[in-house]
Design a protein around this ligand. Structure first.
Ligand SMILES: C=C(O[C@@H]1C=C(C(=O)O)C=C[C@H]1O)C(=O)O
Length: 379
């Protein structure tokens, strides 16, 4: 048997040959790109790629499936190069280069779901301390109000560190495709708000938003409470005050308890003391502030093997850090389910590599939208 350094010497020499061949292949892809640009031919030729992949797999012998994977990556990168040459996604690049960089914070109307004292209200106050806050019954109503121009911005919860994604909001993001212009990670602290004359031992039932009930699931189980979902934590607090039932309490913010005259019967109910909810700011107009550190995209995937893998390979090749990927199903006539994807990654569009990537994806992904580049605050 050869010793390790002998084998490694051979590997190094093979790599030297592979890299030279890889460069030659990319030079050819570049030439193909120029030809496609001159002749107005689409970058992707799936049939040709499939032919190459099948042939490579065959020739790869015992390493056939590895060879296929290697080549799917190579062709992914070869296409990325060609998209830059043909100038794919010029419309998105144009939008990004002409964007406004300052978000108006005064003399604006900002909407949230719920009523005064809701977590959405708190997020709105923190993000827009000088704005006029408007409350809406449902998440959908906030989106509709932005659509009609009744409010300039909407503040919506998208994710909680314990309970996970707020699917209803993701569905609305994917439906409306408004821009995301800001985000805030808001620590959430719940109390048990009961009637003034109630004691902790009187409480048998708790009312709150399903997300909040889920964030306090251990606490509720430990105390053997009966839980009832409400449309909002602050609405739960208001209704507990209104209904005047001694054995019912709301799981709500301290502000909501105070706002609706409830007595705090217990503190910090959340199962995880780092309980945090992420809110986003939606807008019909795009703003990208210079401190932006997060980019959001959405798209559907073609029904082709490895299409999600191919997409992830592009991010990997640029060393970009994906922070979230969410898929939402929707019924489709032929394939049973079809999926829309929502994706976040760290970055700023001032980087050419990043805008090139967004432009490339816009040309390849069905139903692609660039949702925005914004700063995610944690206060
Ligand atoms: C290079 C080409 O463009 C793309 C990349 C391919 C490759 O790298 O082999 C194959 C097909 C196209 O999707 C081509 O059309 O030949």
């Amino acid at each position: 048997m050869r010793n390790l350094s002998e084998i490694r010497t051979e590997i190094d020499s093979i790599d030297e040959q592979i890299i030279e061949l890889f460069k030659k292949r990319m030079d050819c892809a570049k030439e193909v790109g120029n030809y496609k640009k001159a002749n107005n031919i689409p970058v992707l030729n799936q049939a040709r790629e499939n032919e190459i992949l099948d042939a490579i797999e065959e020739r790869g012998g015992e390493y056939g499936s590895y060879a296929r994977l290697l080549y799917s990556n190579i062709m992914e990168l070869s296409r990325a190069l060609q998209h830059n040459i043909v100038g794919s996604g010029a419309d998105i690049k144009e939008v990004i280069s002409n964007v406004e960089t300052e978000i108006p914070k005064t003399d604006v109307k900002v909407g949230y779901q719920g009523i005064k004292g809701a977590n959405g209200h708190e997020a709105t106050i923190r993000l827009f301390p000088d704005a006029e806050a408007h409350c809406y019954k449902s998440f959908g109503d906030v989106f509709d109000a932005v659509d009609k121009g009744e409010i300039t911005f909407g503040v919506l919860p998208v994710e909680n560190s314990n309970a996970g994604s707020v699917s209803a909001v993701y569905d609305l993001i994917l439906k409306h495709r408004f821009y995301i212009v800001g985000a805030l990670d808001l620590p959430i602290d719940y109390c048990l708000g009961g009637l003034k004359q109630a004691e902790f031992s009187d409480i048998e039932k708790v009312w709150s938003h399903p997300q909040s009930l889920s964030q306090c699931a251990d606490y509720i189980a430990k105390n053997n409470f009966d839980s009832t979902p409400c449309s909002n934590t602050a609405i739960a607090a208001r209704d507990v005050a209104k209904e005047k039932r001694l054995n019912v309490a709301a799981i709500c913010s301290y502000k909501a308890a105070e706002e609706y005259g409830l007595k705090v019967l217990d503190n910090h109910l959340q199962d995880n003391d780092k309980n945090t909810t992420r809110f986003i700011v939606i807008s019909k107009k795009l703003f990208i502030t210079p401190d932006s550190n997060k980019i959001s995209l959405c798209f559907s995937l073609p029904h082709v093997t490895g299409s999600l893998y191919g997409l992830l390979c592009r991010f990997n090749s640029l060393g970009l850090n994906l922070t979230k990927i969410e898929s939402r199903p929707r019924p489709s006539s032929d394939e049973g389910f079809e999926y829309l994807f929502y994706l976040d990654f760290s970055g700023n569009v001032s980087s050419k590599e990043v805008t090139d990537l967004i432009a490339q994806l816009s040309a390849e992904m069905p139903e692609f939208s660039f949702l925005g580049n914004y700063c995610e605050y944690s206060k």
